[in-house]
Design a protein around this ligand. Sequence first.
Ligand code: ZN
Length: 298
Amino acid sequence: MRGSTTLLFDEHSSDFTEYLSYLPEHQRLLCEDTPRRYLLTNNYDAMCLDTDFGKVIIVSEVLRYFLYFMNLATVNFGDVPQDVRQFALIIAVRSLLLTEALDFDLDPRGVVPAKIDARINEMISWQMKFIIGHEYAHHILHHDGGMNLRVSRRQRFSDEDIGEFVGYSRQHAQEFEADLHSINAIEDDTVRFPLLVGGASFLLALYVFEALASEIDPEFAEINTHPPTATRVEKLFEAFPDEPVFFGEENKGVFDYFDSMIDFLISSYRDDPNLFTFYGSVYLGQWRGPVLIDRKDF
Ligand SMILES: [Zn+2]
Protein backbone atom coordinates (compact mmCIF):
# COMPACT_ATOMS: atom_id res chain seq x y z
CA MET A 1 0.00 0.00 0.00
CA ARG A 2 1.90 2.91 -1.29
CA GLY A 3 -0.35 5.72 -0.12
CA SER A 4 -0.34 4.72 3.50
CA THR A 5 3.41 4.57 3.77
CA THR A 6 4.70 7.49 1.74
CA LEU A 7 4.04 10.15 4.36
CA LEU A 8 6.03 8.34 7.01
CA PHE A 9 8.62 6.52 4.98
CA ASP A 10 11.60 8.63 4.01
CA GLU A 11 12.83 6.99 0.83
CA HIS A 12 16.02 9.03 0.69
CA SER A 13 16.97 8.74 4.36
CA SER A 14 20.20 7.01 3.27
CA ASP A 15 21.54 10.46 2.30
CA PHE A 16 21.57 11.25 6.03
CA THR A 17 22.80 7.89 7.29
CA GLU A 18 25.56 7.68 4.68
CA TYR A 19 26.79 11.20 5.43
CA LEU A 20 26.80 10.42 9.16
CA SER A 21 28.78 7.26 8.49
CA TYR A 22 31.57 9.30 6.84
CA LEU A 23 32.05 11.56 9.88
CA PRO A 24 34.75 10.88 12.46
CA GLU A 25 33.21 9.22 15.49
CA HIS A 26 33.09 12.15 17.90
CA GLN A 27 31.33 14.34 15.31
CA ARG A 28 28.96 11.57 14.38
CA LEU A 29 27.95 11.12 18.00
CA LEU A 30 27.12 14.82 18.20
CA CYS A 31 24.72 14.58 15.26
CA GLU A 32 23.31 11.10 15.34
CA ASP A 33 20.48 11.76 17.76
CA THR A 34 19.14 14.87 16.07
CA PRO A 35 15.92 13.94 14.29
CA ARG A 36 16.26 14.44 10.57
CA ARG A 37 14.29 13.77 7.44
CA TYR A 38 13.16 14.93 4.05
CA LEU A 39 9.90 16.76 3.93
CA LEU A 40 7.76 17.59 0.95
CA THR A 41 7.12 21.15 1.94
CA ASN A 42 6.00 24.31 0.27
CA ASN A 43 9.42 25.75 0.73
CA TYR A 44 12.81 24.70 -0.51
CA ASP A 45 15.16 25.11 2.38
CA ALA A 46 17.39 22.81 4.24
CA MET A 47 17.32 23.93 7.82
CA CYS A 48 18.06 23.21 11.35
CA LEU A 49 15.00 24.18 13.37
CA ASP A 50 14.77 24.91 17.04
CA THR A 51 11.53 23.36 18.22
CA ASP A 52 9.93 22.84 21.62
CA PHE A 53 11.24 19.30 21.42
CA GLY A 54 14.81 20.20 20.56
CA LYS A 55 16.73 20.57 17.37
CA VAL A 56 15.46 19.05 14.13
CA ILE A 57 17.09 18.93 10.71
CA ILE A 58 14.75 19.00 7.75
CA VAL A 59 15.56 19.09 4.08
CA SER A 60 12.99 19.96 1.49
CA GLU A 61 12.40 17.26 -1.10
CA VAL A 62 11.80 20.04 -3.60
CA LEU A 63 15.57 20.47 -3.69
CA ARG A 64 15.93 16.95 -5.12
CA TYR A 65 13.53 17.70 -7.97
CA PHE A 66 15.25 21.01 -8.63
CA LEU A 67 18.63 19.27 -8.83
CA TYR A 68 17.33 16.46 -11.01
CA PHE A 69 16.29 18.84 -13.78
CA MET A 70 19.21 21.20 -13.21
CA ASN A 71 21.67 18.30 -13.67
CA LEU A 72 19.88 17.17 -16.81
CA ALA A 73 20.16 20.72 -18.15
CA THR A 74 23.75 21.50 -17.22
CA VAL A 75 25.84 18.34 -16.98
CA ASN A 76 27.41 16.86 -20.09
CA PHE A 77 25.79 13.43 -20.43
CA GLY A 78 26.51 13.07 -24.11
CA ASP A 79 23.47 13.34 -26.28
CA VAL A 80 20.79 15.33 -24.54
CA PRO A 81 19.02 17.43 -27.21
CA GLN A 82 19.09 21.17 -26.74
CA ASP A 83 15.34 21.59 -26.34
CA VAL A 84 15.34 18.93 -23.61
CA ARG A 85 18.08 20.80 -21.75
CA GLN A 86 16.25 24.09 -22.08
CA PHE A 87 12.96 22.67 -20.81
CA ALA A 88 14.81 20.90 -18.00
CA LEU A 89 16.27 24.25 -16.96
CA ILE A 90 12.82 25.83 -16.97
CA ILE A 91 11.32 22.95 -14.94
CA ALA A 92 14.19 23.20 -12.46
CA VAL A 93 13.69 26.88 -11.71
CA ARG A 94 9.89 26.50 -11.75
CA SER A 95 10.12 23.88 -9.02
CA LEU A 96 11.93 26.31 -6.72
CA LEU A 97 9.59 29.11 -7.74
CA LEU A 98 6.90 26.72 -6.47
CA THR A 99 4.92 27.07 -9.68
CA GLU A 100 5.70 23.59 -10.99
CA ALA A 101 3.24 20.98 -9.69
CA LEU A 102 5.14 18.61 -7.40
CA ASP A 103 3.60 15.47 -8.84
CA PHE A 104 6.75 14.16 -10.55
CA ASP A 105 6.20 10.68 -9.12
CA LEU A 106 2.97 10.40 -11.11
CA ASP A 107 3.89 12.50 -14.09
CA PRO A 108 7.67 12.49 -14.61
CA ARG A 109 7.60 15.12 -17.43
CA GLY A 110 9.32 12.88 -19.93
CA VAL A 111 11.31 9.74 -20.52
CA VAL A 112 14.96 10.12 -19.52
CA PRO A 113 17.19 7.23 -20.71
CA ALA A 114 17.91 4.89 -17.80
CA LYS A 115 21.69 5.41 -17.97
CA ILE A 116 21.38 9.18 -17.73
CA ASP A 117 18.69 8.91 -15.04
CA ALA A 118 21.03 6.76 -12.92
CA ARG A 119 23.93 9.19 -13.30
CA ILE A 120 21.71 12.13 -12.37
CA ASN A 121 20.47 10.35 -9.25
CA GLU A 122 24.02 9.48 -8.25
CA MET A 123 24.95 13.16 -8.55
CA ILE A 124 21.90 14.25 -6.55
CA SER A 125 22.86 11.99 -3.70
CA TRP A 126 26.26 13.72 -3.41
CA GLN A 127 24.71 17.16 -3.78
CA MET A 128 22.23 16.38 -1.00
CA LYS A 129 24.96 14.93 1.21
CA PHE A 130 26.87 18.20 0.87
CA ILE A 131 23.71 20.11 1.88
CA ILE A 132 23.09 17.76 4.81
CA GLY A 133 26.74 18.06 5.84
CA HIS A 134 26.40 21.85 5.76
CA GLU A 135 23.49 21.67 8.23
CA TYR A 136 25.34 19.24 10.49
CA ALA A 137 28.40 21.49 10.34
CA HIS A 138 26.43 24.36 11.90
CA HIS A 139 25.60 21.98 14.71
CA ILE A 140 29.11 20.55 15.11
CA LEU A 141 30.69 24.02 15.02
CA HIS A 142 28.21 25.42 17.56
CA HIS A 143 26.82 28.08 15.28
CA ASP A 144 23.47 27.87 16.96
CA GLY A 145 23.91 29.96 20.06
CA GLY A 146 20.60 31.34 21.38
CA MET A 147 21.61 34.85 20.33
CA ASN A 148 21.10 33.99 16.70
CA LEU A 149 17.51 32.87 16.87
CA ARG A 150 15.02 34.73 14.80
CA VAL A 151 11.46 34.26 13.78
CA SER A 152 11.19 34.03 10.08
CA ARG A 153 8.08 34.42 8.04
CA ARG A 154 8.73 33.63 4.47
CA GLN A 155 6.28 33.37 1.68
CA ARG A 156 8.57 33.88 -1.23
CA PHE A 157 6.77 33.03 -4.42
CA SER A 158 3.86 31.16 -3.01
CA ASP A 159 0.46 32.58 -2.13
CA GLU A 160 0.02 30.13 0.63
CA ASP A 161 0.89 31.18 4.12
CA ILE A 162 3.53 28.82 5.38
CA GLY A 163 3.39 30.29 8.85
CA GLU A 164 6.17 31.27 11.13
CA PHE A 165 9.07 29.15 12.12
CA VAL A 166 12.07 29.71 14.26
CA GLY A 167 15.24 29.44 12.24
CA TYR A 168 18.75 30.59 12.74
CA SER A 169 20.18 33.79 11.49
CA ARG A 170 23.86 33.29 10.97
CA GLN A 171 26.82 35.35 9.98
CA HIS A 172 28.12 34.86 6.47
CA ALA A 173 31.42 33.67 7.87
CA GLN A 174 29.59 30.78 9.51
CA GLU A 175 27.99 29.80 6.22
CA PHE A 176 31.38 29.60 4.49
CA GLU A 177 32.71 27.65 7.43
CA ALA A 178 29.80 25.20 7.20
CA ASP A 179 30.35 24.72 3.45
CA LEU A 180 33.99 23.83 3.99
CA HIS A 181 33.38 21.72 7.05
CA SER A 182 30.83 19.61 5.21
CA ILE A 183 33.73 18.38 3.05
CA ASN A 184 36.75 18.83 5.33
CA ALA A 185 35.23 16.85 8.17
CA ILE A 186 35.60 13.73 6.04
CA GLU A 187 38.97 12.02 5.94
CA ASP A 188 38.32 9.58 3.12
CA ASP A 189 39.44 11.14 -0.21
CA THR A 190 37.11 8.91 -2.21
CA VAL A 191 34.26 10.64 -0.38
CA ARG A 192 35.67 14.15 -0.22
CA PHE A 193 35.99 14.54 -3.97
CA PRO A 194 32.39 13.65 -4.91
CA LEU A 195 31.20 15.80 -1.99
CA LEU A 196 33.16 18.74 -3.38
CA VAL A 197 31.74 18.19 -6.86
CA GLY A 198 28.28 17.85 -5.30
CA GLY A 199 28.70 21.02 -3.28
CA ALA A 200 30.04 23.15 -6.13
CA SER A 201 27.41 21.93 -8.59
CA PHE A 202 24.60 22.46 -6.07
CA LEU A 203 25.76 26.02 -5.40
CA LEU A 204 26.06 26.75 -9.12
CA ALA A 205 22.52 25.50 -9.64
CA LEU A 206 21.36 27.78 -6.86
CA TYR A 207 23.30 30.64 -8.42
CA VAL A 208 21.32 30.20 -11.65
CA PHE A 209 18.01 30.03 -9.80
CA GLU A 210 18.74 33.11 -7.70
CA ALA A 211 19.59 35.22 -10.73
CA LEU A 212 16.22 34.46 -12.31
CA ALA A 213 14.37 34.84 -8.99
CA SER A 214 15.85 38.33 -8.55
CA GLU A 215 14.73 39.23 -12.07
CA ILE A 216 11.17 38.13 -11.26
CA ASP A 217 11.09 39.71 -7.82
CA PRO A 218 13.89 42.12 -6.84
CA GLU A 219 12.96 41.67 -3.18
CA PHE A 220 14.18 38.11 -3.41
CA ALA A 221 17.79 39.13 -2.80
CA GLU A 222 16.77 40.87 0.42
CA ILE A 223 15.12 37.89 2.04
CA ASN A 224 17.85 35.49 1.03
CA THR A 225 19.45 34.29 4.26
CA HIS A 226 22.77 33.05 2.93
CA PRO A 227 25.75 35.00 1.56
CA PRO A 228 26.06 35.56 -2.20
CA THR A 229 26.15 32.14 -3.80
CA ALA A 230 28.88 33.05 -6.29
CA THR A 231 31.13 33.86 -3.34
CA ARG A 232 30.35 30.50 -1.75
CA VAL A 233 31.39 28.75 -4.97
CA GLU A 234 34.61 30.77 -5.21
CA LYS A 235 35.46 29.99 -1.59
CA LEU A 236 35.02 26.29 -2.27
CA PHE A 237 37.28 26.43 -5.33
CA GLU A 238 39.89 28.41 -3.34
CA ALA A 239 39.80 25.91 -0.51
CA PHE A 240 40.46 22.96 -2.79
CA PRO A 241 42.80 24.37 -5.44
CA ASP A 242 44.12 20.98 -6.51
CA GLU A 243 40.80 19.48 -7.46
CA PRO A 244 39.88 20.03 -11.12
CA VAL A 245 36.17 20.08 -10.49
CA PHE A 246 34.43 21.10 -13.66
CA PHE A 247 36.51 23.02 -16.08
CA GLY A 248 40.03 21.82 -15.70
CA GLU A 249 42.60 24.20 -14.40
CA GLU A 250 41.33 26.72 -11.87
CA ASN A 251 37.81 26.10 -13.06
CA LYS A 252 38.17 28.84 -15.64
CA GLY A 253 35.01 29.40 -17.58
CA VAL A 254 32.68 27.95 -15.00
CA PHE A 255 30.82 31.21 -14.42
CA ASP A 256 30.66 31.95 -18.16
CA TYR A 257 28.92 28.64 -18.66
CA PHE A 258 26.37 29.14 -15.89
CA ASP A 259 25.89 32.82 -16.82
CA SER A 260 24.84 31.65 -20.28
CA MET A 261 22.08 29.58 -18.60
CA ILE A 262 21.01 32.69 -16.71
CA ASP A 263 20.91 34.74 -19.93
CA PHE A 264 18.70 32.10 -21.53
CA LEU A 265 16.33 32.06 -18.54
CA ILE A 266 16.09 35.82 -18.25
CA SER A 267 15.40 36.31 -21.95
CA SER A 268 12.79 33.51 -21.86
CA TYR A 269 11.17 35.21 -18.87
CA ARG A 270 11.07 38.58 -20.62
CA ASP A 271 9.55 37.01 -23.73
CA ASP A 272 6.97 35.00 -21.84
CA PRO A 273 6.68 35.64 -18.08
CA ASN A 274 3.72 33.29 -17.91
CA LEU A 275 5.98 30.34 -18.69
CA PHE A 276 7.52 30.81 -15.26
CA THR A 277 4.54 31.99 -13.25
CA PHE A 278 1.62 29.73 -14.26
CA TYR A 279 0.91 26.86 -11.91
CA GLY A 280 1.06 23.47 -13.58
CA SER A 281 3.46 21.28 -15.53
CA VAL A 282 6.15 21.84 -18.14
CA TYR A 283 7.48 18.91 -20.22
CA LEU A 284 10.85 17.83 -21.59
CA GLY A 285 10.39 18.78 -25.24
CA GLN A 286 11.12 15.89 -27.61
CA TRP A 287 11.66 13.55 -24.65
CA ARG A 288 8.14 14.07 -23.37
CA GLY A 289 6.93 10.63 -24.44
CA PRO A 290 3.25 9.71 -24.41
CA VAL A 291 0.91 12.40 -23.15
CA LEU A 292 -0.57 11.27 -19.84
CA ILE A 293 -4.11 12.24 -19.04
CA ASP A 294 -4.97 13.23 -15.49
CA ARG A 295 -7.32 10.70 -13.72
CA LYS A 296 -6.99 8.34 -16.64
CA ASP A 297 -3.30 7.46 -16.79
CA PHE A 298 -2.41 8.45 -13.24
ZN1 ZN B 1 23.78 27.48 6.52
